[in-house]
Ligand binder design. Sequence first.
Ligand SMILES: C[S@@+](CC[C@H](N)C(=O)[O-])C[C@H]1O[C@@H](n2cnc3c(N)ncnc32)[C@H](O)[C@@H]1O
Length: 296
Amino acid sequence: MSSLGGIPARDGSTAVLDTAAFARVTKIALAAAGLSIPESKRTMVQSRLARRLKVTGIPTFDRYLDHVEGPDGAVELEQMVSALTTNVSHFFREDHHFTALREKVLPGLLERARRGGRIRIWSAGCSTGQEPYSIAMTLLEADNRIDTHDVKILASDIDLKVLAAAKAGQYDDRQMQAIPDALVARYFDRSRDADGERFSAKDRLRNLVSFRQLNLMAQWPMRGGFDAIFCRNVVIYFSEETQASLWPRFHSALTPEGWFFLGHSERIHDPGKIGFDTVGVTTYRRRAGTERNSTY
Ligand SMILES: C[S@@+](CC[C@H](N)C(=O)[O-])C[C@H]1O[C@@H](n2cnc3c(N)ncnc32)[C@H](O)[C@@H]1O
């Protein structure tokens, strides 16, 4: 997909992301969103940012990056980060986590909620909403009246575009395949448009979830106290150093003995040092009695 000697790449662009411009992109992406982009992704980055050049009408990467780093660059910086992030998600992805949620996490929480306590779950890096809605379905399946209690799922992402899609809660047939038919019938309205069948999350599901933009690299405005945090397939795009800086923050955002779920290729190295116990595959719990070790 690269452009050689002015021959247009497959995306139609002739602009070349040379070594210096690529280095600038990686520096900006790291500072803005914690993203660590290896050299092997240069062609992909060129292709994705070529689309931004086209939209903004800026002819070269150098001038584009000058704009992003300039005084009026904030809006385009968001677009740039959005272009560089990977947003793939599925319903009930890594379903062993939902089994753990149903069988191990929820029984105690439900009892507490029925006695008037609260349940707070955070989907950090929620992309287009499949993860928080899968959590919401698991909650409603565990207790059909759970939405009469003080229960909230916070779903956050850095990318406003995916958050808008998550809020809209509309999916096509292909995206719905991992959801059992009975759950589709209970939690989604079906309709048909020119592109085929559409499935819209019902209000019951949507009302359990609050969406907000949040960059994990920035201060976290929430007061914490999450019973479970799902941060899956997000930190894989961060440097080791950035990952290490996040673990104490997640630890502190959990309730004592709160649960922490990571994606399949993500791990906390030396969890005990931060105050986590490993309790399953990519599944951790804040160790009872450990102090908060960060104020976010
Ligand atoms: C691959 S998706 C994961 C979605 C979902 N958690 C799952 O496992 O299916 C990664 C998400 O992380 C978000 N992300 C990347 N960097 C972020 C940051 N610094 N702060 C918050 N979200 C970020 C991206 O916008 C993207 O939507």
